[in-house]
Structure formats: C-alpha cells, structure tokens
Ligand binder design. Structure first.
Ligand SMILES: [Zn+2]
Length: 538
C-alpha cells in the first residue's frame, strides 16, 4: 500500500492525495489551487480513467475544484462523500465552471482586441455536470466497503456543512492498514454546525491539515457584540460594511450572527437596515442549508428550528439574483451590509463592491476568513494603499478590519486535541494543507508534544505504508526560485497545459480501446493522429 501527495503539500490549496490500495487507485480530494502558487502541484501519475474512486472531504473548491477536469479526462467515478457535501458540490462545481467560462471569455475578448490569441476555460459546464453525476453520498459513522478490500468511514469534521474526516481501512491479503484523513478541521463553538468530532479508533497513519497549526485563536470573543459595534460606527458615518465571504458556509454563519444582532437590537438608529446577499451561489447554498440543517446542525440551531425560527433569515435580508440588482446595490446610498463572494476576492461580484467601497473612508471592508498569500484579499489586508480592479487603480481609504472570532479552521490546540484523542500512537502523522512554516512547525509540535513521528511532505512525495518508508522526496523547487520568465510561464499556463495533457491521455485511452478494430479503421485513425501531431509540432 502506497500514498503519494499530489497537492496542498506545504501549501494551503489544491488538496489531492493518491492512495494505491489493494490494487486500486483512490484519490482523496481533487482540489484547485487558489492564490499564489508556491510549489507546482504534481501531475497525476496515471490516467484519470485509471482512478477507481475519489473520496471527497468537503465541498470547498480547493478540495473539489478539479473533479470536472478529472471527469473530462476519462474518470468515471464514483466520488464518495457525505450527503450535504454532494448537494453543495452540485452547485459549487457548476459555479466554478461558470466563473471560468465568464472569465475566459472576458480575457479572450481583451486578448483578441490586443491581437493576441483567445484562451480556453480549464473546464466547461458540461465537464462540471459530468463530475456531479458521479457523486455518491454516504452517511456519517458507517464503515462502507467502496472497493474490494477498501472500506471508508466518515466523521463530522465541523468545518462546513457536510465536511468529513475520512478513515480509509485497507485489507491487503489479511494485512490491514488504516489511514485517517482529517480533511479541513473546524473551529469550536461556531454558529450552525457541530464541533469537529474527535477520532476514537486507532489508525496507522494520519494526514492532518495545518492551516492554523502555529496559531491560537484565543478566548472566544463576543462576536455578535463586536460585529454590531463595527456596523454601528460604519453606518453612523454613512458607509457600507462589505464582507467578502465564501458563498458556502461563511455567508450562512454571518447571516446567523446578523439575525442575532437584529433580534437583540444591538445596532440603533438604523432600523431594519438592509443586508444584501450578492452571490447567486450563496443564495442557492442558503437554501440547501435551510433544508438540511436539522440533521446536521448544532444543538443551539436545532432548538431555534424546533421553535419555528429560521436561523439564517430575518427582516431586511435582500438577495441580488441578477447583475442589474447587484449594480443597484451601490447606487442606493443607504448604509448596508453587503455579503458577497469570492471569499478571497479573487473572482465574483465582490470585486465590484470593493471597487465601489475601497476608496470610501466611511465604508468598512470586513475580512472574516483566511486570505491566502497572493490573493487580492491578502493584499488589502496586508496594507496595500491601492489595488487594480477592472483595469482601474482604486485607492484604499476604507476601514480594513479582520475579525478572527469564527475562523473556519481549527487552531493548534484543537488540532493537538484531535490528534491526542487517538487511542494509540499512529506510526506517522503527515502534516499538509498549511503554509510551509505552518506545516513544518506543526509537524515538530506533534513530535515534541505528543511523541508521534511526524513530517511535512512535498508534492510528489511517495510513501510505502506497509514498511513506513519514504520512496520519493517529491519536488522541493519553489516556483519563486525558478527564473522569473519560467515561473510565470509555469504558473499561468500550467492549468491549461494540464488540460492538454489530460486530452492527450484520453487520446491514448481511446487508442487502447480501438485495439482489435479493422486494419482500415486503425490506419485511418493513425493518419489522423499523425496529421494532428504534425500540425502542432512547432
Ligand atoms: Zn475548506
């Protein structure tokens, strides 16, 4: 049994790990890289069609976003995940395809006006639909045999509705190896969802995230009180509170807190203030939350629902479905809250709201989630004095605030609690899904505080889990260390190049399937492939 790290090693996004188990190939997550690329993700060392199944920890795009590309390359599924994740993925992958199609057509028009060639989207809506068809929901807490000799068990990771830690139990001729993937682990006492569930069975190996592996969130602040105060001072100045938020999860949490603020009357002088949700995806996700809540929410939320209160709806809540409605939000000068995606300001309608509010000293931009290195959100948070939006230089004069209170990720003490809940020492803990310093430091903490062997693998690192040995170190070259032109070429072109490589692999698969066809057909096929190769061999 072997395990290979393909993404989110010493980085936060692009989660993807390959297991070779009892003759099967299993991918755990298939995420998209977001923000600045520090290390190149490793290519899939096989054809997508050779993957037997995917195990998906949760719906966030940095864990699920490349599933459509996998499907386009010939992967036929299934993709096992929890029931809410399957529903959320149904909307998120379509949204991801939509964003790419829109951005590509925008970039293409711009490129063509400049006399350059048009670009193609990483994947299309059709590819997203093909991946969604492959989703197979599983319940929490039940060991389910997904392949011969391979069972999986999901537990609530408390990070997002439906998020899961996944235990993979592999039986290779009587030798049983258990690997536990933490997935993204949640913080405690968050609105709506449950706390992360502690592991209660011994396992051989653990793969654990470390987004906040070196941080402590500190005592839980009075989140509603703090937010109310911020809203009050901003509204009193006549400004807006703009909150970039992940459409799924964070937006619903903020709605929960704002309902509480309104109910308790914590903001005065601005009766029935408007709260705009300006993200079609957030609106769809809010509907899913409303349907699924009772079976998956925490006790407090369940009590509200039983008392007939919808925990994420209130008077003054407005939704912008069309782009005209979205534009009208900034024309009306009534102080308001604007919740929009994407959470790290890399795409979506939030960029319009930033354009209209970043320059206004009376407005507040409130960050409530993690901002990866290289994203627009991180630049604003790190004190940039101006940013470029839609080709325009926008000066930053708004009040920039970060509230840590309800971070979506476990901090160091929670991660350590979670690991120390294991009834027996694992053979090794692999630390991934964190910035490099976080992965390294947290691996050291695990060793020093718990006495578990731990390391932070690189992308491409390959391990034999039977003998507990590292077979390959992976790629240690940072993109920043490459010559600038080379790095730029790799980071911007690699996504589309990936698509071409997959298309090539698909062609090889079609060639294999044609083995045994008539000589006439084979000859014709060969001529066509040769003609195509000749055309592109520059
Ligand atoms: Zn996540």
């Amino acid at each position: 049994m072997r395990m290979q790290f393909l993404g989110a090693a010493r980085e936060v996004t692009g989660s993807c790990t390959l297991l070779h188990a009892n003759g099967h190939k299993i991918l755990v997550d298939c995420g998209m890289e977001q923000g600045k690329d520090i290390y190149e993700n490793s290519d899939l060392p096989c054809m997508p069609g050779d993957i037997d199944c995917v195990l998906l920890t949760h719906a966030h795009i940095d864990h699920s976003g490349k599933l459509p590309l996998l499907a386009a390359g010939g992967f036929k599924g299934p993709i096992y995940t929890s029931i809410p994740t399957a529903k959320l993925c149904g909307i998120m992958l379509k949204d991801s395809a939509h964003i790419q199609e829109v951005e590509t057509s925008w970039k293409s028009r711009k490129a063509m006006r400049a006399g350059k060639e048009a670009s193609a989207p990483l994947y299309t809506m059709e590819d997203a639909m093909a991946a969604i068809e492959l989703l197979k929901p599983l319940p929490y807490h039940e060991a389910v045999e997904v392949l011969d000799g391979v069972s999986v068990k999901l537990r609530d990771a408390g990070h997002l509705l439906g998020s899961a830690s996944i235990e993979v139990i592999v039986n290779e001729g009587g030798n049983v190896t258990k690997v536990l993937f933490s997935g993204d682990l949640g913080n405690r006492n968050r609105p709506l969802i449950r706390d992360p569930e502690m592991p209660n069975e011994a396992v051989d190996y653990v793969v654990i995230e470390s987004t906040y592996g070196t941080r402590e969130h500190g005592p839980r602040a009075d989140y509603a009180g703090q937010l109310a105060q911020l809203i009050q001072t901003t509204f009193d100045k006549g400004g807006n509170v703009v909150i970039p938020a992940f459409a799924v999860g964070r937006t619903q949490e903020m709605l929960y807190v704002i309902r509480e603020i309104k109910e308790k009357g914590l903001v005065t002088g601005h009766d029935n203030f408007p709260v705009w949700v300006d993200s079609p995806l957030a609106i769809e996700a809010t509907n899913i939350y409303s349907q699924d809540m009772l079976s998956y929410c925490d006790e407090e939320t369940a009590a509200l629902i039983r008392a007939g209160v919808n925990p994420i709806r209130f008077p003054g809540l407005e939704i912008a479905l069309t782009s005209d409605q979205s534009k009208a939000i900034n024309e009306d000068r009534t102080p308001k809250i604007i919740l929009s995606a994407s959470g790290m300001c890399e795409a979506g309608r939030i960029r319009h709201h930033l354009k209209h509010n970043l320059w206004r000293p009376e407005s507040t931009i409130l960050f409530v989630g993690y901002q990866a290195v290289g994203t627009l959100g991180r630049a604003v948070l790190d004190g940039a004095t101006s940013v470029k939006l839609f080709g325009e230089e926008i000066s930053i004069r708004a009040n920039i605030v970060k509230m840590e209170g309800i971070s979506g990720h476990a901090d160091r003490p929670i991660l350590l609690d979670w690991l120390s809940a294991l009834p027996e020492k694992p053979k090794k803990v692999f630390v991934n899904h964190g910035e490099e310093s976080s992965c390294e430091e947290f691996a050291e903490t695990v060793w020093k505080e718990l006495g578990y062997g731990a390391e932070a693998p690189y992308n491409g690192a390959l391990y034999d889990l039977v003998t507990n040995t590292r077979l390959a170190d992976g790629n240690r070259a940072k993109l920043a260390d490459l010559a600038p032109a080379e790095a730029k070429k790799q980071s911007s072109a690699s996504a589309v190049f990936d698509r071409l490589v997959l298309a090539g692999k698909k062609l090889m698969a079609v060639i294999e399937r044609n083995r045994g066809s008539s000589n006439k057909d084979l000859g014709k096929f060969a001529d066509q492939v040769n003609a195509l190769a000749g055309k592109w061999d520059k």
